[in-house]
Design a protein around this ligand. Structure first.
Ligand code: ATP
Ligand code: MG
Length: 790
């Protein structure tokens, strides 16, 4: 039954209602966390369908991660049922892939293009840099990749980059960029940044294409607008238009929602400028502010506010809740990371026992993925059901990438990076020299690597020894054989089985005695399962005839190999891996398990119980941010995001000692703990047990130790945190090294270096050290630093 107007607006406050019913001019909704921005967006979609007679196919909704897209789709189908299928609800990347598949010809690409992820990109850049004789010590592939990515996020094309290059680095970057882009084209591949940049190019260069999409999508809605970068902003503007086009098609209706305090993707070029300048970018725009928070208790809100208020240059917001104070925040200082994980696990168990929370109500956050391991270990030991979102990425494992590379070569034979990856995997006698000979030949003849390989089969490649030529012939025949299986319309899982079988890849792993290889076989089995589920899932979504979601020409046929690869690429890109753990579980709450994830992944989500772990300077805020005000502000926004995910109960914890590079490191308390109003936190444990004090002597460090009673850097503490401060009471930071600019050091891992900057004091002292070839590294100087002053 069609939802009635009143149902849709009943449980909204007046400002939300205004945003939902607003028609015409571009609309910006700005508001703090938990104020119902996403609710407004999904409700607006329902309202468009129910009350404004908009067809689902005319709606495009954009979210930032696949997880969020799945959640949005779910929320919308709860409201409008299967009709939701005809809408485009996706991430920027998925949306662009759909457009590019359809329009590839216009950009002189084939619609079977590959999508290169950051690892492929780095490989290709390494190849390019090597061919251009660029010294990898001076310009690492990673550095070049970051610069090229930044250029693309700013929509700077290779030619412009070349003519703008003003110094040596920029010239080198531009040179690599030009060649890299040429090779991407030749390989019929887009990298992630291209997906956006080239779609913008498409819309800007071909007005008829732009018009097609403008006619089609009359409503564009964007969640988390604070995390859009310049390229994404431009894409939106090109899609909706700001004035009628030549044929008189009016701009589409735009609705964006965001919160400048939650902007956490600056490293991908995100800029809150897009929120701040919205009214200038889109003439006649209307702005709606939401002020009531419906998610959290007052205690949690006040904590969040205490932290974010420290950021300079922000617009203060009024955010209130009528949920009452609720429980105090629970704080815990652990001896080490294992102790911290044990505390978290014990607490979750206790809550479950008392019936105060289900496992699925609980989320555990950490700053970086590698912190999940300790939690996993103890959860497994205690039999606590959990899942890691994003964790060690399934799709980044070597064997999985090898198989996907095979599949990509089969779908797109020109995909050079994938082809070269599997050329001699498993070993088949095509060595580096043979590969180089082929590459040079391809380069000279201006043909693709794949064509050059075929040339080798026909004896056209000079300097290739007969043994290599024979091996190459075998390889090409193998690919042809597999290609026939693909042509015959086999299911993806069966294609995968054929690859595992006929390449001898699985046999090689099975014969190995290395226990790692056994787990590789398991991962490959898992991949086959993923492929099987993919086919089944697609069949299910397609449903009975007549209810098919609209399929665009150019979108890979559901269930096909290209469709599978596309899904995998995009899933592997986002911070979540829905496919690997058995299908999308939308909001991540429904499977009766505790969720472990990074704070970045948690954006937009909410949980009744949240554990914020590892709040230590150098961990969170991240080491990189110490002494860098811009980065520190970004970390603080991340802390704000973390706190505001909690609905009822919030825990914060830190650990005195944590191992890093296999060495115990003593970490000072996160400055963000200082920023939580003292009266809101109930510290369960402040001081470590005396028995754990053996830190100073660990590793037999010969370095002199200076002790610090309280934080020695004189950072102002908020007035509230008098005697109950978690720092300084029962323990002492150990500063192992005193360094000055110009000092020479020797580090166990990085080798010889020279100190080029010193920041902070006492427990927060850091030094930036130039280790020559190993790069410049900023290190904390407390604890047992694996480094000596020379
Ligand atoms: P974030 O900034 O974290 O993305 P948000 O502003 O998008 O948050 P929502 O996730 O939309 O906030 O809403 C937060 C919670 O409040 C959700 O559980 C939502 O259902 C609920 N909520 C929002 N508006 C109302 C309302 N008017 N009445 C009752 N509950 C509401
Ligand atoms: Mg939201």
């Amino acid at each position: 039954a069609k939802p009635r107007h009143t149902d849709l607006l009943d449980d909204l406050n007046p400002a939300q209602r205004e945003a939902v019913t607003h028609a015409g001019a571009p609309l910006l909704v700005v508001a703090g966390a938990g104020s119902g921005k996403t609710r407004v967006l999904t409700r607006r979609i329902a309202y468009l369908l129910a009350e404004r007679d908009v067809h689902p196919g005319q709606i495009m909704a954009i979210t930032f991660t696949n997880k969020a897209a799945a959640e949005m789709r779910e929320r919308v189908s709860d409201l409008v049922g299967r009709r939701a299928n005809a809408m485009w609800v996706s991430t920027f990347h998925s949306m662009c892939v759909r457009i590019l598949r359809r329009e590839a010809k216009t950009l002189e690409m084939s619609s079977s293009f590959s999508i290169y992820d950051s690892d492929d990109t780095k490989r290709l850049i390494t190849l390019v840099a090597r061919d251009l004789d660029i010294d990898p010590k001076k310009y690492a592939a990673r550095t070049l990749a970051v610069h090229i990515s930044n250029l693309k996020n700013e929509l700077v094309d290779p030619e412009t980059a070349s003519s703008n290059a003003a110094n040596d680095l920029e010239r080198r970057v531009a040179e690599v960029y030009v060649e890299y882009q040429r090779r991407l084209n030749q390989a019929n591949a887009f990298d992630f940044d291209d997906l956006i940049m080239r779609t913008v190019e498409l819309l800007q260069t071909f007005p008829d294409v732009a018009e097609y999409y403008r006619r089609r999508f009359r409503h564009v809605l964007v969640d988390e607008y604070q995390d859009t970068n310049h390229a994404q902003y431009t894409l939106i503007r090109e899609l909706v238009g700001t004035e009628p086009n030549e044929s008189g098609v009016e701009p589409a209706e735009l609705c964006v929602v965001g919160d400048a305090d939650q902007s956490i993707y600056a490293f991908r070029g995100a800029t809150i400028r897009n929120i701040e300048e919205f009214e200038r970018d889109f003439p006649n725009a209307r702005t709606v502010l939401l002020e009531q928070n419906y998610r959290s208790t007052q205690t949690i809100l006040s904590a969040a506010n205490g932290v974010i208020a420290r950021n300079p240059n922000r617009r203060a917001k009024r955010l209130w809740t009528d949920a009452g104070d609720g429980e105090k925040i629970v704080g815990y200082v652990a001896d080490n990371e294992h102790d911290e994980a044990a505390f978290v696990a014990g607490e979750i168990d206790a809550l479950a026992d008392k019936g105060e929370a289900d496992y699925s109500d609980v989320a555990v956050f950490y700053r970086t993925n590698n912190q999940s391991r300790v939690f996993e270990e103890i959860f497994i030991r205690l039999g606590l059901p959990y899942k890691v979102v994003g964790g060690v990425r399934f799709y980044e494992r070597r064997e999985v990438r090898d198989m996907l590379a095979y599949l990509r070569v089969l779908a797109n034979p020109e995909d050079t990076v994938s082809l070269r990856r599997v050329l001699n995997v498993p070993k088949r006698g095509i060595g580096d020299r043979a590969e180089a000979v082929i590459a040079t030949y391809a380069e000279r003849e201006r043909i693709s690597f794949a064509q050059a390989l075929r040339g080798a089969v026909n004896g056209e490649v000079p300097l290739l020894n007969p043994r290599s030529a024979k091996a190459i012939t075998g390889f090409v025949e193998l690919l042809d054989e597999l290609g026939e299986i693909v042509e015959s319309g086999a299911e993806v899982a069966d294609i995968l089985e054929a690859v595992l079988e006929r390449t001898g890849y699985r046999a090689e792993l099975e014969e190995s005695d290395d226990p790692q290889d056994a787990s590789r076989v398991e991962n490959l089995t898992e991949l086959v399962t993923v492929a099987r589920e993919f086919t089944e899932f697609t069949a299910e979504v397609a449903g009975p005839e007549g209810e098919l979601p609209e399929i665009d020409p150019g979108v890979p046929e559901p269930g096909s190999l290209p469709a599978f690869l596309e899904r995998v690429s995009l899933v592997a890109d986002a911070d979540s891996i829905p496919a690997a753990d058995g299908g999308d579980d939308g909001d991540g709450h429904d499977s009766g398990v505790v969720t472990l994830m990074t704070v970045h992944t948690a954006k937009g989500l909410e949980y009744p119980v949240v554990f914020c772990t590892g709040w230590e300077d150098g961990i969170f805020p991240h080491m990189r941010a110490l002494g860098d005000p811009t980065e520190l502000a970004e970390e603080r926004r991340l802390a704000y995001v973390a706190i505001t995910r909690a609905r009822k109960r919030l825990y914060v914890s830190r650990s005195m000692v944590r191992s890093a590079w296999g060495q115990p490191q003593m970490n000072p308390a996160s400055r963000f703990l200082d920023e939580l109003p003292g009266e809101l936190v109930d510290w369960r444990r402040l001081a470590p047990s005396p028995s754990s004090g053996g830190f100073g002597s660990s590793g037999g460090s010969p370095r002199a130790a200076t002790t610090w009673g309280r934080r020695g850097d004189g950072t102002s503490s908020p007035s509230g945190s008098s005697g109950t401060s978690p720092f300084g009471k029962g323990w002492k930071d150990t500063v192992a090294l005193k360094l000055d600019v110009g000092d020479r050091v020797s580090h166990d891992k990085y080798g010889l270096g020279t100190v080029i900057a010193c920041d902070g004091a006492g427990p927060r002292a850091t030094a930036t050290i130039d280790f020559g070839a190993a790069g410049k590294v900023r290190l904390m100087l407390i604890g047992s630093v694996p480094m000596v002053k020379l």
